[in-house]
Design a protein around this ligand. Structure first.
Ligand SMILES: [Zn+2]
Length: 184
């Protein structure tokens, strides 16, 4: 069943301009941005699962911080106007409220590939699927996702699907292609 949680969002399957997730919440995740910043918002279920993930990380001495969650269509449009490297409006998963960028002090809270070599990046790649998240843009799948490797970007897809994708090594595009739900 295709739900909003498992929805494929990419350059070929953008979200409509008026798509706004139902329950956007700020539950006090450890964001680096200011308290009123809209980037702190996430879809309710995704927010609670992210809290579980980050709490478990903390218990294991892993310091994950949230950099960016929800991004509205209008905000994405603004970013795209200034930097065409970022996803075009409608094509960013952040508009779904299900995507979250994480970083850690070892890489100065930056969204850089070096994050993947930190204890935080390694821990995140291993544990995210246990909480319903996937690393959405893995290395060596760039030609399929049409995104460069982003070890910091996780996407909530439900535990059922994240477990399946982790076991098979598939990205969301491949899952949809074999399910005959789309043509790649
Ligand atoms: Zn991201």
């Amino acid at each position: 069943m295709i739900t909003d949680y498992t929805r494929l969002i990419n350059k070929k399957h953008p979200l409509p301009a008026d798509y706004i997730p139902r329950d956007l919440v700020d539950i006090g995740l450890p964001f680096t941005c200011a308290p009123s910043d809209p980037r702190r918002l996430l879809e309710k279920k995704a927010a609670h699962k992210a809290m579980e993930l980050i709490t478990r990380a903390g218990q294991e001495g892993i310091s994950l911080y949230c950099i960016s969650g929800y991004r509205s269509y209008a905000r994405q449009k603004e970013l795209y106007r200034h930097d065409s490297y970022v996803a075009a409006p409608g094509m960013s998963e952040h508009q779904s409220g299900l995507a979250l960028d994480l970083s850690c002090p070892a890489v100065n809270m930056e969204l850089v590939e070096a994050f993947s070599d930190t204890p935080e990046g390694i821990w995140l790649a291993r544990h995210a699927p246990l909480y319903g998240f996937i690393l959405r843009y893995p290395a060596n799948k760039e030609s399929i996702t049409e995104y460069p490797y982003e070890p910091w970007h996780i996407r909530y897809v439900s535990c059922q699907l994240s477990t399946y994708l982790a076991k098979t090594g598939m990205v969301l595009e491949e899952y949809y292609a074999i399910s005959k739900k789309i043509a790649l």
